[in-house]
Design a protein around this ligand. Structure first.
Ligand SMILES: NC(=O)c1ccc[n+]([C@@H]2O[C@H](COP(=O)([O-])OP(=O)(O)OC[C@H]3O[C@@H](n4cnc5c(N)ncnc54)[C@H](OP(=O)(O)O)[C@@H]3O)[C@@H](O)[C@H]2O)c1
Length: 305
């Protein structure tokens, strides 16, 4: 099969190569998915899981990408819940070969059915932001109607999803980001917007929850805005920042099928938008990832249509 591989961590995305690789074999409880559309997270090539398996063994010839929509072509020993020919979408294991390939082996429990009226490119675009925003706001942030949430990077891929989901949950949403992200964030549902390049974060009133995508100074400043009992949730890695009388958590997104089903249902009902930057063919994927032109939104790779 054709797959994009990386062999050299220091080369980053410039080291990607499109080449022939053996097709994956399904392990116990796996399915094989023929990938129709996929994507990757920008800094995935710096994650240790891209370069070593769970036992710490080298994974050179690693295939990146963990977000997919496609069709099940084979079942592993003992696999239940999905069938051959079924349309699916979901998130694959960080430590295994990924989705920038014609086929991928993935545990069935990491996938949800993709409804027939939802394009594969949309399915792929919903996976990472949908799961990350849902888990950050509700599983970890315990957001409730009537609360105020500060969503950093609200015009970005994850932030725009968090903004939409928080607004739909009845929260008051304050988005942040660069000045040119203001209109996009408001269009995604933010009530207010703070241009972090020109406005002061300290001027924001007290919030119940901070949904952070930046880390660093911004997350430290944000912790001071949280009212007693509130939460700081970050997806930017471990942080020392803590609200004075509240909790802080950093987390890595997990594949939770019923959350995928909820998100795709909201998309079908017109209650949720994707944030797709561009869609490239598999042959153009490496050029798309390496393009010097900054694209806002998810870069989707359409492998098959
Ligand atoms: N822990 C997890 O499970 C998890 C899951 C998904 C993503 N992540 C991480 O979350 C981060 C965000 O991902 P994403 O896909 O949402 O990225 P993204 O689409 O680039 O979103 C970031 C947003 O913040 C803006 N921004 C960036 N730097 C800024 C700054 N210094 N000041 C103000 N605004 C700034 C960006 O504007 P521009 O577009 O103009 O740069 C963009 O609107 C990444 O580091 C990613 O690896 C973690």
């Amino acid at each position: 099969m054709k797959a994009i591989i990386v062999t050299d961590e220091s080369a980053g995305i410039a080291g990607m190569k499109l080449m022939e690789r053996p097709e994956p074999q399904p392990a116990i409880n796996d399915v094989i998915v023929q990938v129709y559309a996929t994507s990757m997270t920008g800094d995935e090539l710096s994650w240790p899981s891209t370069w070593t398996d769970r036992a710490g063994h080298d994974r050179s010839f690693s295939i990146p990408g963990h977000e997919l929509a496609g069709v099940v072509t084979a079942l592993g020993y003992g696999t239940t819940g999905l069938s051959v020919g079924q349309r699916v979408f979901g998130l694959t294991d960080w430590h295994r070969d990924g989705t920038l390939a014609e086929y991928v082996a993935v545990e069935a429990r990491n996938l949800a059915p993709l409804p027939a009226d939802v394009d594969f490119t949309v399915g792929a675009a919903l996976v990472m932001p949908g799961l990350t925003a849902w888990q950050g706001l509700f599983d970890h942030g315990h957001l409730r109607a009537g609360q105020t949430v500060l969503v950093h990077g609200a015009a970005g891929i994850v932030g725009s999803m968090a903004t939409q989901l928080a607004r739909a949950a009845g929260a008051y949403v304050i988005g942040t980001g660069r000045g040119d992200g203001r209109q996009a964030a408001l269009d995604f549902g933010a009530h207010e917007y703070v241009d972090l390049e020109n406005e002061k974060l300290q001027d924001v009133k007290e919030v119940d929850l901070v949904f952070d995508v930046f880390g660093g100074d911004i997350v430290s400043q944000s912790a001071r805005l949280i009212r007693p009992g509130g939460m700081l949730v970050t997806i930017a890695g471990p942080t020392e920042a803590r609200p004075a009388n509240g909790s802080a958590i950093d987390f890595v997104v997990e594949a939770i099928p019923n959350q995928l089903s909820e998100v795709v249902q909201r998309f079908r009902e017109g209650r949720l938008k994707t944030h797709i930057g561009n869609i490239s063919s598999f042959d153009d994927a490496i050029a798309a990832f390496n393009s010097p032109n900054r694209v806002k939104g998810k870069k989707i790779i359409s492998i098959r249509s």
